[in-house]
Design a protein around this ligand. Structure first.
Ligand code: AMP
Length: 404
């Protein structure tokens, strides 16, 4: 019997999300989450989907990622799905920043760990947590392939014209400043799923993917390869997000430091944590913003309008980048659920072949679906993303067949 299970780990600074999948039918055997690692009130929530049992929740101190992973292993073992099982083929890890080197999912060894470590200065919030997850899982099962799946990998096909900032080349190269892009696992999955929805091969289809979650990014995908994306050196660039500003004149930063007396760290926090929708209106949840708009709240209305204005600019820009667009795909929390966002994003763009059918747009569903009127020149689609499944697929493709 060949090993056919893959554990997917997404390690954050104080959390670990996990899913165990059976790759023979790509079903979920268990999903869960450890939160508030390092605090007294850590919480582990585990859903044993394979057994059909009720979700289990435990609270109490979980000191670090090693303790967290051991607790997860304990929960899985209760369901007969322990990490020591010979059926486990590999562990697939989400790693946010893979720089220019990692263009593919990669089996982790010491050299790979060192390179991920070298990228910490360009991903100080994410890569350290991802590294901790990798090291912990490796210590627990040293014999098992640990595969790093990078958020940046899908974007490494961007041409230099899109990937470089127009700054002094030597300075940029010295500090590895270029546009890397993020959410790549989602953009890869959704662009392929959109082609499938159209009944076509990814190589034949040009897609604008709009990943609109709390973090948000757009990408232009030509024939299955990313040619531009809205996030850059860090996830701060591009669209208006839940708490991030997205694009702004870089001189705003000097101004805040010189005239506003703020430190670099203070500006960093302002732009990453206190800007975007939350900075504009005090809420970052699109449901709450829509509710406030319905009650006539002007600040919420303006925040929504700024969000939509930026989104439409990127749709237009990527239309020009691609030349021919076959589909625009909405995904992630806002993209999958917020019909008013989808409607406003393409309103009045019939001359570009873009339109949304009000009835189709209002349907709530977990399935990938078209929301453009029949016969539209460009398909507009809602395509639920599944980053865990994509990580599992990429991991299994790399190691699955070799395991006996
Ligand atoms: P994500 O980062 O993909 O998990 O997306 C989270 C965001 O999706 C939340 O902050 C909300 O703004 C948004 N969201 C989730 N559900 C809905 C919904 N039913 N309607 C509108 N927005 C939603």
């Amino acid at each position: 019997m060949s090993a056919s299970r893959v554990l997917v780990l997404n390690s954050g600074s104080s959390s670990v999300k996990y899913q165990l999948l059976d790759m023979t039918d790509r079903s979920r055997l268990a999903v869960g989450l450890v939160e508030r690692i390092g605090e007294e009130t850590s919480r582990l929530k585990h859903s044993p989907l394979a057994t059909g049992g009720a979700a289990r929740e435990t609270t109490g101190p979980i000191a670090d990622h090693e303790a967290a992973l051991k607790a997860v292993a304990g929960e899985l073992a209760k369901d007969g799905l322990g990490l020591d099982s010979p059926e486990l083929a590999a562990i697939g890890h989400r790693v946010v920043h893979g720089g220019q080197l990692f263009t593919e999912p990669t089996v982790v060894d010491d050299a790979v760990l060192a390179e991920i470590e070298r990228l910490v200065p360009v991903a100080p919030l994410h890569n350290p947590a991802n590294l901790t997850g990798l090291r912990t899982a490796r210590a627990l099962r040293p014999d098992l392939p640990q595969v790093a799946v990078f958020d940046t990998a899908f974007h490494t096909t961007m041409p230099e014209s899109a990937a470089r900032y127009a700054i002094d080349v030597r300075t940029a190269d010295e500090h590895r400043i270029r546009r890397y892009g993020f959410h790549g696992t989602s953009h890869a999955y959704v662009s392929r799923a959109t082609a499938a929805l159209l009944g076509r091969e990814p190589e034949d289809v040009n897609v604008i993917v709009l990943h609109l979650g709390n973090g948000a990014s757009a990408s232009a995908v030509r024939g299955g390869r990313c040619v531009d994306t809205s996030m850059g050196l860090t996830p701060l660039e591009g669209l208006v997000m839940g708490t991030r500003s997205g694009d702004l004149d870089p001189a705003v930063i000097f101004h805040l430091m010189r005239v506003g007396g703020m430190s670099a760290d203070e500006v960093d926090t302002l732009l990453n944590k206190r800007s975007g929708l939350i900075g504009l209106c005090g809420d970052n949840d699109m449901r709450e913003i829509r509710r406030r708009i319905d009650e006539g709240d002007e600040r919420a209305r303006l925040a929504f309008d700024i969000y939509i204005h930026r989104l439409r600019k990127y749709i237009g820009a990527y239309y020009a980048v691609l030349g021919r667009v076959d589909a625009v795909a909405f995904t992630a929390g806002v993209g999958e659920n917020a019909a008013p966002v989808r409607e406003a994003a393409v309103a009045g763009l019939e001359s570009l072949g873009l339109a949304v059918d009000g009835g189709l747009n209002a349907v709530r569903s977990d399935a990938a679906r078209l929301i453009s009127p029949a016969g539209s020149a460009v398909a507009v689609a809602v395509v639920p993303t599944d980053e865990e499944l994509e990580i599992a697929d990429q991991t299994y493709a790399l190691v699955g067949t070799g395991n006996a």
